[in-house]
Design a protein around this ligand. Structure first.
Ligand code: SAH
Length: 262
């Protein structure tokens, strides 16, 4: 029997945001290789006979190297097993899936991708905003603050484009001042509304609303965190959450406030 590798998106945390296909594959997998971002609630859905291996990183330190992950996937598939390579969110968004696909192709191992709900969508849903809104934004830029700089191309700033852009910064890191500086340098105004969304799609979700200029004064919300910057962010946080936190209206510009959505 020929084995196969399924590169599956686990979604942002809430098991109800798994696709039906992801759930079906988790139920019939022989081996599941998962990242740290996959929630315990999703891992609980994997039946006992499956071999479940954690291959993520912790505190920036890899348990298993990327090459070892490739070797594990290829090795199990060649034994004829059904392998689920389970990644947080969508496997094709900042998930090193490109390298894994290349390794599988080179090894002539059959594979299939199963998309998932990406963190930017979950963060927007938690805040009650659309990422696009024809009145405010007609483009979405998914970028990363990982490593030394925000990866926003020079022509990606709002002034350089004929349309208004919502920016979703994955892995914004601890140095929010650098994220702010880079976005301002690319043409985003310091008054741009921002939402820092922590642990979207979980009962621990928290949202902080501020302007880009005041980004580094944000409270230390726990990881994983994602930044949404753009006009659509102005209406972030559902009314109920604002009232709970004692805000009748959205915070003043540069005001620092924290609302927890239970
Ligand atoms: N493939 C994933 C992204 C992997 S990069 C996806 O499509 O969502 C990891 C980053 O995603 C985290 O550092 C964080 O910025 C973001 N992220 C993942 N899950 C999140 C969540 N539940 N809430 C907020 N941000 C999240």
């Amino acid at each position: 029997m020929k084995g196969k590798v399924f590169l599956v998106g686990a979604g942002p945390g809430d098991p109800e945001l798994l696709t039906v296909k992801a759930l079906r594959l988790l139920r019939c997998a022989d081996v599941v290789l998962h990242d740290d971002l996959v929630s315990p609630e999703v891992l609980e859905l994997i039946p006992a006979p499956a071999e479940v291996l954690r291959v993520g990183k912790r505190c920036g330190k890899k348990w298993v190297t990327q090459e070892e992950i490739h070797a594990l996937m290829i090795g199990y598939a060649r034994e004829g097993r059904t392998v689920v390579r389970l990644k947080g969110g969508d496997p094709a968004i900042f998930g090193r899936t490109g390298e894994e696909i290349e390794a599988l192709r080179e090894a002539a191992v059959d594979f299939e991708m199963v998309p998932g709900v990406t963190a930017a969508s979950a963060a927007a849903a938690a805040a009650g905003i659309p990422l696009t809104d024809r009145r405010h934004a007609s483009a979405v830029l998914l970028t990363t603050g990982h490593r030394s700089s925000v990866h926003v191309a020079d022509d990606a700033g709002p002034q350089a484009q004929p349309f208004k852009t919502t920016v979703a910064v994955y892995m914004p890191g601890q140095d929010l001042r650098r994220v702010r500086e880079e976005l301002v340098q690319k043409g985003f105004d310091p008054s741009t509304p921002c939402l820092l969304v922590s642990q979207a799609a979980s009962p621990r979700a928290a949202i902080h609303a501020c302007t880009l200029g005041a980004l580094e004064q944000s409270p230390p919300l726990s990881s994983p965190r994602l930044l949404i910057a753009g006009a659509v962010a102005a209406s972030g946080q559902p009314a109920a959450a604002r009232e709970e936190a004692g805000h009748e209206t959205l915070p003043e510009e540069n005001d620092v406030s924290l609302s927890v959505i239970a």
